[in-house]
Design a binder for this molecule. Structure first.
Ligand SMILES: *[C@@H]1O[C@H](CO)[C@@H](O)[C@H](O)[C@H]1NC(C)=O
Length: 281
């Protein structure tokens, strides 16, 4: 679950779009100063969900996005990088450590659709990850069997160095509560620009340190800067038209917050860890 944090004042003053505002009002409202308590926010007592973006299909996205379920509830998105390897966010596994309760479904646009589903053989999260800092928010999953099917494709890891204003595309099924009641069933997507790290650090200064493993992106103050589920792909289309997995949805504040961009795990930064983990599976 990537979390949405709504700041009353921002919503009131910004005059957000009716759709966004209406949906945001139904959310659990979290004051900005409480953001420092990330533990609480990563595992919220109640519900958040996706706002904004456009409905899309697994084919349009590129076939690599997968849905991670725990105890039959949708929890997080992920990306298939090899036929048995999925990348997601480490925080998806907080409090969900029983491997035999995870299932990974691929090839679907709607979460209710049937698609090839495989069990989890193993997963690794970096020892440097901790939920207070959200540093190194990446998980590498080894699937029990290759995930294959008509709509299922793999995506390569990022090769491009990200710079401010480059536009990437995030996709996901949205935010869920622990019971899975508020899942956005249909795959959604939105494209947003990378934001200068210096600026992002300043903005988050009082809440959390933007570490080397993170980068920020979003269209501040626009409704389509809203949120998608954790662990999901943030994808760059390079000059030759190839898709690269450059970010993993990690955390953020706000539906169309004018202040807080979304924060992503930087795949280039965590790549050595990913590659050594895959080599050791
Ligand atoms: C994990 O879940 C399985 C299936 O429900 C169960 O049999 C097993 O005891 C659980 N393991 C732990 C360590 O809780």
């Amino acid at each position: 679950m990537r979390l949405v944090f709504v700041i009353y004042f921002a919503l009131i003053q910004l005059g957000l779009s009716p759709e966004c505002e209406a949906q945001a009002k139904t959310e659990v409202q979290v004051k900005a100063e409480e953001f420092s308590n990330l533990r609480k926010l990563v595992m919220p007592p109640a519900v958040q969900r996706v706002v904004g973006g456009e409905v899309t299909t697994i084919e349009k996205v590129g076939g690599f996005i997968v849905a991670l379920h725990y105890e039959n509830s949708f929890i997080c998105g992920g990306s298939l990088v090899k036929d048995r390897i999925v990348l997601s966010a480490a925080h998806c596994f907080l409090g969900r450590t029983n491997k035999s309760l995870w299932l990974i479904k691929g090839g679907v646009s709607n979460l209710n659709d049937d698609g090839p589903t495989v069990a989890l053989r193993d997963y690794v999260i970096p020892s440097a990850f901790d939920q207070a800092s959200m540093h190194m928010d990446v998980a590498i999953l080894l699937l029990d069997k290759p995930l294959k099917g008509p709509n299922i494709k793999q995506i390569q890891l990022c090769k491009t160095q990200l710079l401010p204003n480059m536009v990437l595309t995030v996709s996901g099924w949205g935010l869920v509560d622990p019971e899975g009641t508020f899942v956005q069933k249909t795959l959604r997507t939105v494209s947003v620009p990378v934001i200068k790290k210096k600026k992002c650090k300043q903005v988050y200064r009082s809440s959390i340190q933007i570490s080397n493993s993170m980068f920020c992106a979003g269209l501040l103050g626009k409704k389509d800067a809203c949120t998608f589920d954790s662990g999901g792909p943030f994808v760059y289309k390079d000059k030759s038209g190839q898709l690269e997995l450059c970010g993993i949805v990690s955390f953020g504040i706000g539906c169309a917050s004018s202040t807080y961009p979304g924060v992503y795990t930087d795949v280039n930064y965590v790549k050595p860890f990913i590659l050594s983990t895959i080599a050791n599976f």
